[in-house]
Design a protein around this ligand. Structure first.
Ligand SMILES: [Ca+2]
Length: 156
């Protein structure tokens, strides 16, 4: 498919070694293929435990179909997409705060780190909380990745 497009012009024309080889992008894509499939898997899940004062519950089946009330400040350990400190894509150990947030559907002002197509729940009570969610859009991106369609634009 790529042979139709002018690969040299797309590389930016910095006359580097990369731009001279029209096969470069194909080779890199092939080499990174397994890496990107694995990274795409981790994008699907938001599963973690949190420690810190507060309370809250949010139940969501996409951004439109959600309801909740949350107010906490927590240190999370687990997987937290778009929450990482060093690399935003992956939160592993990170802090998260939801100042008083309540509402439903698109009027829900909290949880901006959560994907629009997330299905799951977040709970917090006292000093302990947990989250479990999957992102339907990331599932689609994972499967389409096998045929090199990357609509989330997150492949390397
Ligand atoms: Ca992807």
């Amino acid at each position: 498919m790529n042979s139709i497009r002018p690969a040299i012009a797309e590389e930016g024309g910095d006359n580097g070694a990369l731009a001279r080889s029209p096969d470069h992008s194909t080779i890199v894509t092939a080499l990174l293929y397994p890496v990107n499939r694995i990274l795409d898997i981790f994008d699907i899940f938001r599963i973690n435990v949190g420690f810190g004062p507060g309370y809250g519950i949010n139940v969501r089946a996409t951004k439109v179909l959600q309801v909740g009330i949350e107010s906490y400040s927590t240190v999370r350990v687990g997987l937290g997409k778009e929450s990482g400190i060093w690399n935003p894509r992956y939160g592993i150990v990170y802090t998260e705060s939801e100042p008083f947030t309540a509402g439903a559907s698109m009027a829900y002002m909290g949880g901006r780190q959560r994907g629009a197509m997330e299905v799951g729940t977040t709970v917090h009570l006292g000093f302990v909380g947990a989250e479990a969610a999957i992102d339907l859009a990331e599932i689609a991106d994972f499967f389409l990745g096998f045929v090199i369609i990357d609509f989330k634009k997150d492949d390397h």
